[in-house]
Design a protein around this ligand. Structure first.
Ligand SMILES: NC(=O)C1=CN([C@@H]2O[C@H](COP(=O)(O)OP(=O)(O)OC[C@H]3O[C@@H](n4cnc5c(N)ncnc54)[C@H](OP(=O)(O)O)[C@@H]3O)[C@@H](O)[C@H]2O)C=CC1
Ligand SMILES: CC(=O)N[C@@H](CCC(=O)OP(=O)(O)O)C(=O)O
Length: 343
């Protein structure tokens, strides 16, 4: 049994980790932190977990206790994991970080987008970007995995087959993305209030969102340096889900449907929909699947890819469990092979 710690257990992705790990046959959650809820039984805050985590209480983060675990998930805001991970790793703990602390390869780029210096650039260099569809073999051996952001997961999976096949002009990429409100986390924020977010729809981060360098880093890794991406996120009044509409200019003629089907044939968590389909976010709710459809409208020179994920699952906790499974040699789908919740 793998002993697991979760730092940031009272937030949305922490709760989602608990939901998924509740059914994991080889993982036992031993430590769950929340500074504000320390001492409270987890089932008092999350009654939906009664019967699964009875007796487990939130504790304040404590390195000595966490070092007794085999694996620690960080479901915390940026710049928390980088403070604790070096000591944990030096004591043999393997870390999956859901924040952005270990996603960007270049510490200078991290500083530019996150506004402060990286606390452990050496560990950053050793960390592996946790997108299994690209980095599976590296993830198996990693001590630290930087779990991708939610938008970067949907956008990279959508563009991946096109860029690998050199089928589109890599300087023509556009990602028009929509996220549900849980993407902003559980902390109180004006924009997440019901009266602010419901029955309305707006773009944000248009001038430059911190997921842009993360997505570009991934796309450059596939297609080489000549990548240019316009990325615009939007907030939509739903709880879970990301919908990415991706555009690229075609180069030559190709059967895009066959290309996507071949690329993802063996991927357990990417579903290529039949030609002509349009996936809805509801079709992936609470599941680790990314559903994709590819179109070439009117046979013209733009290919349109539609990719949907649940931001809390394939966009965060599910992908983190997928990475955990790879790191510890379990079947990759363990605890993740359930159908989505519908409607
Ligand atoms: N929500 C989403 O869809 C996605 C989120 N992510 C990333 O995952 C991480 C967690 O997100 P989410 O669950 O939404 O966030 P929440 O705001 O819902 O939860 C944050 C958690 O971290 C704890 N926390 C906050 N500050 C600290 C600190 N300094 N030290 C230790 N614990 C702390 C909080 O508890 P307490 O303050 O009581 O300690 C709480 O349990 C973030 O980095 C986010 O960017 C990634 C992909 C998608
Ligand atoms: C709706 C919303 O606010 N979404 C978040 C992204 C959440 C996420 O995946 O990002 P990180 O892990 O990089 O924080 C945002 O745009 O900042």
């Amino acid at each position: 049994m793998i002993k697991v710690g979760i730092v940031g257990g009272s937030g949305y992705t922490g709760a989602e980790l608990l939901r998924l790990l509740a059914r994991h046959p080889y993982a036992r959650v031993e430590h769950l932190t929340s500074r504000k809820e320390a001492g409270k039984p987890v089932t008092e805050m999350f009654p939906q977990l009664r019967g699964f985590f009875d007796g487990l209480e939130f504790t304040a983060p404590d390195i000595a206790a966490l070092a007794g675990c085999d694996a620690v998930f960080f479901a915390t805001p940026h710049s928390t994991a980088m403070q604790m991970a070096p000591e944990l790793v030096s004591r043999g703990v393997r870390v999956v970080d859901l924040s952005a602390d270990f996603r960007l390869r270049d510490a200078a780029v991290y500083k530019q987008w996150y506004g402060h210096a990286h606390a452990c650039p050496d560990l950053l260099e050793a960390a592996v970007y946790g997108l299994p569809e690209i980095k599976r073999e590296h993830i198996r051996r990693a001590s630290v995995v930087g779990n991708p952001g939610c938008y970067p997961t949907a956008v990279q999976l959508g563009f991946l087959p096109l860029l690998e096949a050199r089928a589109v002009d890599a300087e023509s990429l556009i990602a028009d993305c929509k996220s549900g409100v849980s993407g902003a986390g559980r902390e109180l924020k004006l924009g997440s209030l019901f009266a602010e977010a419901t029955d309305s729809f707006k773009a944000y981060g248009v001038a430059g969102h911190r997921h842009l360098p993360e997505i570009e880093q991934g796309l450059v890794g596939i297609a080489g340096p000549a990548v240019s991406l316009t990325f615009t996120p939007h907030l939509v009044p739903m709880v879970r889900g990301i919908h990415a509409t991706l555009y690229a200019r075609v180069k030559g003629d190709l059967d895009y449907q066959a290309l996507f089907e071949a690329r993802y044939r063996d991927e357990p968590f990417v579903d290529v929909m039949p030609a002509g389909a349009a996936p809805d976010t509801r079709s992936v709710r609470a599941s680790n699947t990314c559903r994709i459809a590819v179109h070439r409208p009117m046979g013209r020179d733009t290919v349109v890819v539609l990719a949907v994920i649940d931001n809390l699952v394939k966009g965060a906790a599910g992908q983190a469990v997928q990475n955990f499974n790879l790191m510890f040699g379990f079947d990759e789908v363990t605890a993740l092979d359930q159908p989505p919740v519908w409607p």
